[in-house]
Design a protein. Structure first.
Length: 327
């Protein structure tokens, strides 16, 4: 897959001017991908991506990630086509089962098959294929093409997962998997063999599908301040991802899922737990974390929101003191 690459991700909670300022700073450094989360109750990722697109001259950009339960694959393909036009061919599509959907009464049946067919239908539409698509869950009629679009474009598809079955499926149909909410090298070692198995089963090259780790990031010259903020930020995601990491202690998990107060949960996040679910500390801490992740076989690391108490300063620290260690 080549050398380790880096990306940066933003939440959907900023103004157009703020996104443009972030994009301007990111564009000064060799980040190869820029993502925007599409988390429930935040603004849709497409808006911030389009606001940043004119400023980002080099990076591939896309949502991380859309789910096919609240957004039909036809709409996902349409958003990807629009973003690809806005970036002269630098869009990517992130797909995932989605989190917190039970809060709004959205069921998520057959997640592996749903994601498989969503990825295949998105690829079918972006390729400009005129024949019908007949899946078990999704269908699309013949001669119903996206307009306007330049057919035949290869828009990379990333599938977010922590699961072995989905990782195997992604090895068959996707360009990359992302283990979102993890900074644990052991997760790469756990899922990469499943990705390779899926790729071989589909007759693909072993290095054709990448593995990305992405997590809450807080970097600061003040290490203690960075880790304090990271604990509070990662607490919002622990009820979703903590139980997916095999290294999580069952007793700690029980406390995590029953903690009624954020302060109690934050206080119960040890240094070891924090390092599994976040990139947190001074630049040297992040370099050490990334070195371990690279050694485990990851192909991309994504530094996620909030980045730091001052996001622009945090981007500069990443670009000037973390990325150069891997060039």
């Amino acid at each position: 897959m080549g050398p380790l690459t880096f990306s940066i991700a933003f939440q959907g909670n900023k103004t157009p001017a703020e996104y443009r300022a972030l994009a301007d700073t990111v564009d000064r450094y060799p980040f190869e991908v820029v993502s925007v989360y599409n988390d429930l109750l935040y603004q849709p990722a497409l808006g911030p991506l389009l606001w940043m697109a004119p400023t980002l001259r080099h990076a591939r950009i896309g949502p991380a990630a859309l789910n096919p339960y609240t957004v039909h694959p036809l709409e996902i393909a349409g958003q990807a086509a629009l973003l690809d036009l806005a970036t002269s061919g630098r869009a990517y599509v992130g797909l995932a089962r989605g989190a917190w959907l039970d809060r709004i009464g959205v069921a998520q049946p057959q997640p592996v098959q749903t994601l498989r067919e969503a990825a295949l239908l998105v690829r079918h539409l972006l390729a400009g294929r005129s024949e019908a698509f007949n899946g078990r869950l999704f269908r699309h009629p013949a001669n119903a093409l996206l307009e306007p679009f330049r057919p035949g474009r290869h828009v990379p598809i990333m599938i977010g997962t922590w699961g072995a079955a989905t990782a195997t499926m992604a090895g068959e149909v996707a360009d990359e998997i992302k283990i979102g909410g993890s900074a644990n090298p052991a997760m790469v070692k756990l899922l990469r063999p499943r990705v390779l198995h899926g790729a071989r089963r589909a007759g693909r090259c072993a290095n054709e599908v990448g593995v990305c780790l992405g997590a809450v990031t807080v970097v600061d010259v003040d290490r203690a301040q960075a880790r304090r903020l990271a604990r509070r930020e990662v607490a919002a995601y622990l009820p979703v991802v903590a139980g997916l990491d095999p290294a999580s202690d069952p007793e700690w998990l029980a406390r995590t899922f029953t903690a009624a107060e954020t302060d109690r949960l934050v206080a119960d996040i040890s240094d070891e737990v924090l390092d599994r679910f976040a990139f947190a500390g001074c630049p040297r801490d992040l370099v050490r974390q990334v070195e371990d992740i690279a050694a485990a076989g990851a192909t991309r690391v994504e530094f996620g929101t909030p980045l730091g108490t001052n996001p622009l300063a945090a981007i500069r620290l990443l670009g000037e003191q973390v990325l150069p260690a891997f060039r």
